[in-house]
Design a protein around this ligand. Structure first.
Ligand code: PMP
Length: 286
């Protein structure tokens, strides 16, 4: 069955969806995006994702062509039209079709291109949560505004290819000796006194919506948390490592650069935070 996708005000079958070759998202990666998890046919953390989308737009002088209420209605229409129970909705907003290739921003009458589509996948019962991920480190070669969620994802894609070539599941990115974040996730280590450490917010990392909730949940459940940078060396000697993102929630890491972390199985803090986070999401999607 073909998916029904949304392009600029229209719901169409995926093969009928078209965007111009002059679209600035295509030519310049001049576009922002969001990925929101769907559980029980409902959106998880929708408000957080839309707040970040508005921030990304502000930082790049992009204008959302629809209101947040309309955006929510489009998300739910896609869930319904595609019978989506669990998975994600991808949203992309580009600066639109300027009619030619020109570095300068087009005039204000050029409309941004808004595209949304669904992706069905297991979110709650992701089998990788039971086995944990193998991760390798590689240099962070991305630009310096990683706080803006742009579709400029070639460096992330190369990092994932690098990881796969080494039979690893993902890559942690390293800059000036410290781990910034994962190719598409925020990173955490657990010290031997059970303190969770994660890098503080700055332009060096994406301000994860899952991270934001996890920090609140950790405080509520008396899990010690420290925001500071950490090195790959410190991570390799940590009691646990885990990651967070909208579609993986909390995912344990069981090896880093070939070194086994803990006993090579998902650690208790990562498992507990995953449980707590899933409970919060289940409450949202009741
Ligand atoms: N960092 C990067 C580079 C990412 O691509 C993502 C996933 N979009 C995250 C962190 C996690 O953010 P979120 O929890 O909002 O999905």
């Amino acid at each position: 069955m073909q998916r029904i996708v949304y392009v600029d005000g229209h719901f169409v079958e995926e093969q009928a969806a078209k965007v111009s070759i002059f679209d600035r998202g295509f030519l310049f990666a001049d576009a922002v995006y969001e990925v929101t998890a769907v559980v029980n046919s409902k959106l998880a953390e929708f408000d957080g994702h839309m707040t970040r989308l508005q921030r990304s737009c502000r930082e790049l002088s992009l204008t959302l062509p629809v209101s947040l209420d309309e955006l929510k209605a489009i998300h739910y229409a896609l869930i319904e039209k595609n019978n989506l129970n669990e998975g994600a909705i991808y949203l992309q907003l580009s600066r639109g079709n300027a009619g030619d290739r020109d570095f300068h921003f087009p005039s204000a009458d050029v409309k941004p291109t808004l595209v949304l589509f669904t992706q069905a996948r297991a979110v709650l019962d992701n089998p990788q949560a039971k086995t944990g991920l193998k991760v390798v480190t590689c240099p962070d070669i991305r630009w310096h505004r990683r706080d803006i969620k742009t579709v400029s994802l070639l460096a992330a894609s190369l990092a994932k290819e690098f990881a796969h070539a080494q039979h690893a599941d993902d890559a942690f990115l390293v800059e000036n000796g410290f781990i910034t974040e994962g190719s598409s996730c925020n990173c955490y280590i657990v010290l031997h006194d059970n303190t969770v450490v994660t890098r503080p917010l700055s332009n060096d990392i994406l301000h994860g919506i899952t991270r934001q909730s996890l920090l609140k949940l950790a405080a509520q459940h008396n899990i010690q948390l420290e925001e500071r940078p950490f090195t790959p060396e410190e991570a390799r000697h940590a009691r646990e490592i885990f990651i967070s993102s909208a579609t993986t929630f909390v995912m344990p890491v069981v090896s880093l650069d070939g070194k086994t972390i803990g006993d090579g199985t998902p650690g208790p803090i990562a498992r507990r935070l995953r449980e707590i986070y899933i409970d919060m999401v289940k409450e949202q999607v009741k």
